[in-house]
Design a binder for this molecule. Structure first.
Ligand SMILES: [Fe+2]
Length: 356
């Protein structure tokens, strides 16, 4: 079997070919690289029979429509894919073969409604439903995303043979493909959690979609053949859960403050600036809110830093429901030059549990 990754950047396009028949398949082709793919296929005397998208992409324009036009190959996606130019629509369990290599399609919604993974005897092409190591998995807050369905998909992947090597549709930091066994140990999205715990975990991380990604989705729904059909920033880790963070923010190490310590500071009359990063409607919920806390939802924080400028050299404590978004918010502030930021450990949930 021929198996090659063709792209120079973070988007991964896999060429799978059969040496004997010279039939070949491209998985997650990127429109701007289509001329390169055609040249490679020609050089290797391969015939492109199918181009497959593992899901509707939000971070690049698919080369599927253009390759179908230019080679007459089938354009393959899950049955739920909105793009009308798709010629072959698959559902869960579909089996086929490329030469002697069997390929099984597994429906893996969560990042999008139309996500599939391709399972081969020794590897799994996961699309954006699972990335490598600390990259975790694709975000679930784009149109069609669903954290609960993503948990369901993770369980299905956890049920596969552990020797399968994971080849994702994105790799932003040169992590190397490794087995599901390795990923079970290293990937935060594969750690044991109940469905609700998993949904809470993702909720705690999420930042809201980048506006440009919905434009890219629309271009792919419309089977765009023009690489300029939507504006796309170069190689930002947009499909990762924290993909809209400023460069370097994800590497900021955040210190936490316990609810007891915060209580003491408030009682002593020397409270830090309190920044609640939950959505406004959550502040009215049963967990309540702390007196005098400012409120900027984590998804808006990067755009509203000017409001916090007076506190840039002061002490800020970020607060959310359980600590996840507060951690992200602290990273955003630290990356923007705020000197003294900590996240409230356990968030308002811990505050309430401590009966404070
Ligand atoms: Fe994606």
């Amino acid at each position: 079997m021929i198996f090659t990754q063709l792209n120079p950047g973070a988007c991964r396009t896999y060429l799978i070919g059969d040496e004997k028949s010279k039939d070949a398949v491209l998985v997650d082709a990127v429109l701007e690289h289509v001329p390169d793919y055609l040249r490679i296929l020609d050089q290797q005397k391969l015939t492109l029979t199918h181009v497959i998208d593992t899901h509707t992409h939000a971070d690049h324009i698919s080369g599927g429509a253009a390759l179908k036009d230019q080679t007459g190959c089938e354009y393959v996606m899950h049955a739920n894919a909105p793009a009308r130019c798709v010629t072959l629509r698959l559902t869960d369990g579909f089996e086929c073969a490329l030469g002697n290599t069997p390929v099984k399609v597994m429906s893996t919604p969560g990042h999008t409604q139309d996500s599939v993974a391709l399972v081969l005897p020794d590897r799994i092409l996961t699309g954006d439903v699972l990335f490598l190591d600390d990259a975790g998995a694709g975000r679930t807050d784009l149109p069609g995303g669903d954290p609960g369905e993503h948990w369901d998909s993770m369980q299905r992947i956890l049920g596969l043979p552990t020797h399968l090597v994971v080849y994702p549709a994105h790799e932003y930091r040169h992590r190397q493909p490794s087995s599901l066994k390795d990923q079970k140990a290293r990937n935060p999205n594969l750690q044991p959690r109940t469905r609700q715990e998993y949904m809470d975990y993702l909720e705690g991380l999420k930042l809201g979609p980048a506006d440009w990604m919905t434009e890219v989705l629309k271009a792919n729904y419309a089977c765009a053949r023009d690489p300029k059909a939507a504006w796309i920033p170069v190689d930002v880790p947009a499909c990762e859960v924290k993909g809209t963070l400023a460069l370097g923010a994800n590497d900021q190490k955040v210190e936490g403050l316990s609810v007891d310590d915060l209580k003491q500071r408030i009682a002593a009359g020397t409270p830090p600036v309190l920044l609640d990063v939950r959505n406004p409607e959550e502040l009215l919920g049963p967990l309540g809110q702390l007196p005098k806390a400012l409120n900027i939802p984590v998804g808006d924080l990067a755009k509203r830093l000017a409001e916090l400028e007076p506190f840039k050299n002061g002490e800020i404590v970020t607060i959310c429901k359980a600590g996840g978004r507060a951690h992200t918010a602290a990273q955003i502030l630290m990356q923007a030059g705020f000197q003294n930021v900590r996240g409230l450990l356990g968030g308002m949930t811990a505050w309430k549990q401590a009966a404070l």
